[in-house]
Design a protein around this ligand. Sequence first.
Ligand code: SF4
Length: 421
Amino acid sequence: MSRPIVTMAERRRTRQIRIGGVPIGGDAPVSVQSMTTTKTADVEGTLVQIYALAAAGADIVRCTCNEEEAAEGLAHIVPRSPVPIVADIHFHHEMALAALEAGVQGLRLNPGNLRKEAEIKQVAAEARDRSVPVRIGVNAGSLHPDLYRRFGGATPEALVESARMELALFEEVGFDDVKISVKASSVPLMIAAYRLASETFDHPLHLGVTEAGPPPAGLVKATAGIATLLAEGIGDTIRFSLTADPVEEARAGRQLLEALGLRERKGLDLIACPSCGRAEIDVIGVAAAAQAALEERNLPLQVAVMGCVVNGPGEAREADLGIAAGRHRGHLFIKGKIVRVVPEAEMVAALVDEAERLVAEGVEARLAAADAGAEAEAEADRRSLFEAKGADANRTGERIEGIRRKVRGDGEDGDSPAGVR
Ligand code: SF4
């Protein structure tokens, strides 16, 4: 067993709240949130999406509550949802009251567009009486105009001040069952705002880069912001705000937490070599086929697809399972140990078959069931490939020699000295 590598700062301790059965903050695992794109009044359509989001890794789902029909939809959705539901409120405080009446487990209020103190306090008092937590969801794009003027723009200080002012109103009615977000579409602004929020509040923080846009750029931006903060120990719950099917958001959130070692692996982690001159197969094609087949089965494994048998099994020895190609055959390995050699055409099928057995029977049992002679057969393939291609499969040495000849002015281009052409 390899020792875990510690690369993350210790998580900053926040107070804990609960959205339904999901704890947020304190020592709770970082949770994943996403938001439905259906009309909330469409109960069946919204529930289908909520189930898909939960299956992709969402712990909590947010639905808009922008009209009476949406609130009525929530009354039907909440009891049938597999995960807690948060109602997203903008502009209309009566929609927050209606969502509470519908039984939601959380509210999100935007201080930038729900501004009347009496209304804010009314919602906070109602949430207090029903023990429903509220997210103070500040957004750089909809910052209160007074704060915009006072701070000369949507600065980190302005975003945090907006949250502080809202929190002060809540506290006037004895309510602080709160989490806070200070989102921006600019990654540097968002990072600075959350760092400041983390120093200012001990409430849990919900991280996100708002309006990150469509993938892949949206994924990169959201990951850059959220992962940077998580690595600093900041953040208790996250959302990827992508212009895409929300299932992609939930999946990305979950995958990020798994990649950072903040959540246990629930699904597949496919690693594949980038391919090079040694590759014996179409690595991209085989990796894509393996990913599709393994994802369908949702097996919680790290699986490697490597382009050649010379370096592949060694480079991917930490993977639970992998396959490397060589001499029209695939070397199937578990934790770096060769267990079977299969024809190239059967590589993906053999990988999937072994993955299912590995999950069902465990590593020790599958290593014990390794084909006798597989290791020796694989070693023979490795040797013959190494001899055929040598240590310089990418012809780097040959190319360097060519460069030197050019610089010296040797060879067929003539004999003129370097630097005079
Ligand atoms: S050496 Fe082999 S495993 Fe490594 S990148 Fe090249 S083909 Fe892939």
